[in-house]
Write a protein that binds this ligand. Structure first.
Ligand code: FPP
Length: 298
């Protein structure tokens, strides 16, 4: 298993890279984006130039504090190689290990990953068994290492009605790493954005029914404070791999003002170069949050 060494926090190593294009032009420009996994900092992205500058000479946008990823394309990656879909998912876990390590090196504070959606239950039973097996193995095999690297794990999504063993593993992952202060890895498991908002509405409705709150008290802030992880900042950047350009029920509430970056790379091929490209694209964006002036990321 590759080491998940999470390096010191440094946020000044992100440099502007060419924007994303189709999968082939991406590979031509950044051949390492499709090559085999690179796990050392030295094997990271090309650094073709300094970060974008604002007119006053300052950096245009700070690196993201919270990155969320829709890890898509495992099945197509496998199909293109004549392999079973499960192999694509297994290689997807390797890409996840690389990414956890890379975001730690980049000083990103929070990484949220879409590991299993509420709708993924509609997949064939064999694929669900594969995915559950990978989650079990990921927690059993990688948890100690994540813990050693000061990574804190949190889970969002519906916990009711899960297989008891899976529920216990998720609890264990959160419990063991509760006091860690490094990267926060948020695993969206059995997660759907609509379902999360419905759960918040259910909790608020109970408070109103109990007389603890009036209907007129229900504001956006109240709804937000009943979501699965209300203490976390919204993602600054949502990345989706595989070229698909949609959110697929991921962090619907929280991504209201997130920058969306769609990369053509299939998830098993996602590496440091692809991450650096996505972040460089994010840093070229102007965030206004509905106002007229550019707002610096926190
Ligand atoms: C989407 O690819 C990916 C998933 C539905 C699952 C993502 C899971 C992993 C990367 C591994 C398991 C995660 C953990 C935390 C152990 P797809 O199957 O929809 O690909 P396709 O669109 O090409 O068919």
């Amino acid at each position: 298993m590759p080491e998940l060494a999470i390096g010191p926090r440094f946020a000044r190593t992100l440099w502007a890279n060419p924007a994303c294009g189709d999968r082939d032009s991406w590979r031509k420009r950044m051949p390492e984006a499709s090559a085999s996994p690179k796990v050392t900092p030295a094997a990271g992205a090309a650094h073709p130039g300094p970060p974008p500058q604002a007119e006053d000479g300052g950096e245009r946008v700070k690196p993201p504090r919270h990155v969320a990823i829709i890890m898509d394309g495992n099945g197509r990656w496998a199909k293109e190689r004549g392999l079973p879909r499960g192999e694509g998912h297994r290689r997807g876990v390797e890409a996840l290990r690389r990414t956890v390590r890379a975001v730690g090196e980049l000083g990103i504070e929070i990484l949220t990953i879409y590991s299993f959606s509420s709708e993924n239950w509609s997949r064939p039973a064999t694929e669900i068994t594969d995915l559950m097996g990978l989650l079990r193995r990921f927690i059993r095999k990688d948890l100690a290492e994540l813990d050693n690297n000061n990574v804190r794990v949190r889970i969002i999504g519906e916990r009711r009605n899960l297989e008891p063993e899976i529920g216990r593993l998720l609890d264990e992952a959160e419990e063991l790493t509760r006091n860690n202060s490094g990267l926060l890895l948020v695993v969206a498991f059995n997660y759907g954005g609509r379902q999360e908002i419905a759960r918040a509405a259910e909790r608020i409705a109970s408070l109103v029914a109990a007389g603890a709150m009036k209907p007129g008290d229900v504001t956006a802030h109240v709804v937000m404070s009943h979501l699965d992880a209300p203490d976390l900042p919204d993602p600054d950047l949502v990345i989706r791999t595989s070229g698909e350009q949609r959110l697929s029920n991921f962090l619907l509430w929280q991504s209201a003002y997130s920058e969306l970056v769609f990369v053509p790379t299939y998830w098993p091929d996602f590496d440091r170069a692809a991450l650096d490209n996505a972040i460089a694209e994010y840093r070229r964006r102007e965030r206004r949050f509905g106002g007229l002036r550019r707002v610096m990321a926190p």
